[in-house]
Design a protein around this ligand. Sequence first.
Ligand SMILES: Nc1ncnc2c1ncn2[C@@H]1O[C@H](COP(=O)(O)OP(=O)(O)OP(=O)(O)O)[C@@H](O)[C@H]1O
Ligand SMILES: [Mg+2]
Length: 269
Amino acid sequence: MTDKTAAAAPDDDTPILETTGLVKEFRGFVAVDGVNLKIRRGHIHALIGPNGAGKTTCFNLLTKFLQPTRGTIRFNGRDITRESPQRIARLGLVRSFQISAVFPHLTVLENVRIALQRGLGTTFHFWKSERSLDCLNERAMALLAEVGLEDHARMVAVEMPYGRKRALEVATTLALDPQLMLLDEPTQGMGHEDVDRVMQLIKKVSANRTILMVEHNMKVVSGICDAITVLARGAVLAEGDYATVSANPVVVEAYMGSEAAACAEGAVQ
Ligand SMILES: Nc1ncnc2c1ncn2[C@@H]1O[C@H](COP(=O)(O)OP(=O)(O)OP(=O)(O)O)[C@@H](O)[C@H]1O
Ligand SMILES: [Mg+2]
């Protein structure tokens, strides 16, 4: 708690997250190449780009699953470049768990309760008393209500349809009380109905929070994102709102097939 109070800067225009010259090399291959990102507080910000552009690597750098080769990362104005993943999460920068991290054979409620306990850290054991357990249940039910899963609390996670599993994943992330939530392809592999549902869910949970998401579905990007950064070959290609970015010919070209892009290059030479 004290971490967050000390780090929060709610009234000013400091970006909640800012990277400067972020580089990640894998044995000489540059996957992220001098990325400067500015994420505004309260925004839903999309990171888009063709396959292999470096989006997931960027996420891994931001959440400290990977150490950058060069560059700095600031969260709420504070340099977090060398912090541990656990510490980053405690400061309020939380990446949504992948579906595999949901315990499939536990109930929806149990999954959220475990996430809440994890958020409390290992040094607190007060939930062992029955009254504290009730408190935890209450908080877990409130989170389930927030993502529209209150009627699924007793269901075993594995039995839920795909879109609802994503909602559970969001609930377990919210349990860690994030200021900035990172979502990597939240609508991947979904049909229309689930995409719409998850889109509305992201919009809903974005109130009082900031969201950075990797998203391929342009309907989602144009529908709910306030700002977009386009990555290609590890570098920032364009930035702005959807209208600006989608009208940029360089962006259009990056999304065309490699054949068309090669033709375009040939024409320039
Ligand atoms: N651990 C690694 N070792 C070596 N190369 C890697 C590693 N991780 C990623 N890469 C390479 O870095 C580049 C960027 O990969 P990344 O997964 O970040 O792309 P992405 O934008 O998330 O793509 P996608 O849209 O397919 O998810 C790719 O060329 C990938 O092969
Ligand atoms: Mg990826």
